[in-house]
Unconditional design. Sequence first.
Length: 53
Amino acid sequence: MDEVAACPACGIDVPTPEGVVVGEILVCAHCGAEIEVISLAPILLEFFEEEEK
Ligand SMILES: [Zn+2]
């Protein structure tokens, strides 16, 4: 069963894949925000600040 964590942008529950690790970047399917896993227990998500391209 996938765990979920609230998207920091829109607040919807984002499913996190099994075996997810801290630092992994997920994309919210609802708002498209790139969000970084910052904690696993509990799972916490934060905006991913992209480095300058
Ligand atoms: Zn979102």
